[in-house]
Write a protein that binds this ligand. Structure first.
Ligand SMILES: C[S@@+](CC[C@H](N)C(=O)[O-])C[C@H]1O[C@@H](n2cnc3c(N)ncnc32)[C@H](O)[C@@H]1O
Length: 288
């Protein structure tokens, strides 16, 4: 690593320290106490609709919303025209996103999909309870929307089914589809990634939850090969799991080298765009 690179690493680590010690994040309550502290910026937990066959907002949902809150300034600066949630469940996340960005007014449209019809109805009820409009569609990932939305979506948020399960559990109807992720919890994730890449606009970005078992570093490498830079916005360890919120955005120089460490002329920004992830990753994993 050159002196220039190590300066870049320090700068980036400083930024990550800022993210992880961000006072907004620190003061955000965890599950259970969620409602009171965040009602101004997120959906109100008591207004979130419920159904026995629909995933209720949980630690992962809160981690995703907290990461979005920590990136709110960037989201507002992006002035997204179209935001999409894949796998909306109760609607807590898409509703929170719309509340966070409400100052952008009617120029921002929201779309949500879920394979579970009950989730579609529950999300509609949650949106309505908050006075927010979004189109909610029952479909497999974004099936049927590919042509109409190709290259048009500016923000995608996903809390996918990520739990490693036997393959047979994939595709089971109802609440099991909320968590069943198949081998390494990657079966649905690996279908979501290429589908979302087709929809993202040039300036678009995706926020996605991943579990340690899903190999988030591998996901970032895979996205890098497809021209996306990545960053860990948030890491949260609960009693049951280590959750990561990953952010991806297009980087014209990403994927131009065989690996992020194989620096070649013209690939400087690709390499540097990987550093936040790498330094954060190394720091968090060397201590565990
Ligand atoms: C972990 S839950 C997340 C729910 C909600 N976004 C949240 O954060 O609380 C995953 C959601 O993805 C949905 N889902 C699973 N497989 C899907 C697929 N192939 N296409 C669309 N949605 C899917 C499930 O029905 C479930 O609502």
């Amino acid at each position: 690593m050159s002196a220039g690179d190590s300066a870049a690493v320090s700068a980036v680590e400083g930024k990550l320290a800022e993210v992880s010690t961000n006072s907004d994040l620190k003061s955000l309550p965890k599950r259970g106490k969620a409602a009171s502290g965040r009602t101004l910026n997120t959906a109100q937990i008591q207004l979130v609709a419920r159904h026995p066959e629909v995933y209720e907002p949980c630690d992962d949902s809160f981690a995703l919303v907290d990461a979005l809150l920590s990136d709110k300034a960037q989201l507002l600066a992006l002035q997204p025209s179209l935001c999409l949630e894949v796998g909306c469940g109760s609607g807590y996340v898409v509703t929170s996103l719309a509340i966070m960005l409400r100052q952008l007014g009617s120029g921002t449209h929201y779309l949500a999909t879920d394979i579970n019809q009950h989730a579609v109805e529950t999300t509609q009820a949650t949106l309505e309870a908050h006075g927010i409009h979004a189109d909610v569609i029952a479909t497999d990932i974004v099936s049927g929307l590919e042509k109409r939305l190709a290259g048009m979506v500016d923000v995608v948020v996903v809390n996918p089914p990520y739990v490693p399960t036997p393959e047979e559990e994939i595709g089971i109807k109802g609440i099991a589809s909320s968590w069943a992720g198949g081998l390494n919890g990657r079966q649905v994730i690996d279908r979501i990634l290429p589908a979302v890449r087709e929809l993202l606009s040039e300036r678009g970005c995706m926020y996605m939850i991943a579990l340690e078992d899903n190999d988030p570093l591998g996901i970032c490498h895979l996205m890098n090969e497809k021209g996306y830079a990545s960053r860990v916005l948030l890491k949260r360890c609960t009693e049951e799991e280590s959750l990561y919120v990953l952010k991806f955005w297009q980087d014209p120089t990403a994927g131009s080298s065989a690996s992020p460490s194989a620096k070649s002329p013209g690939s400087e920004s690709s390499w540097i765009s990987q550093l936040p992830f790498r330094s954060f990753w190394q720091k968090n994993n060397s201590s565990s």
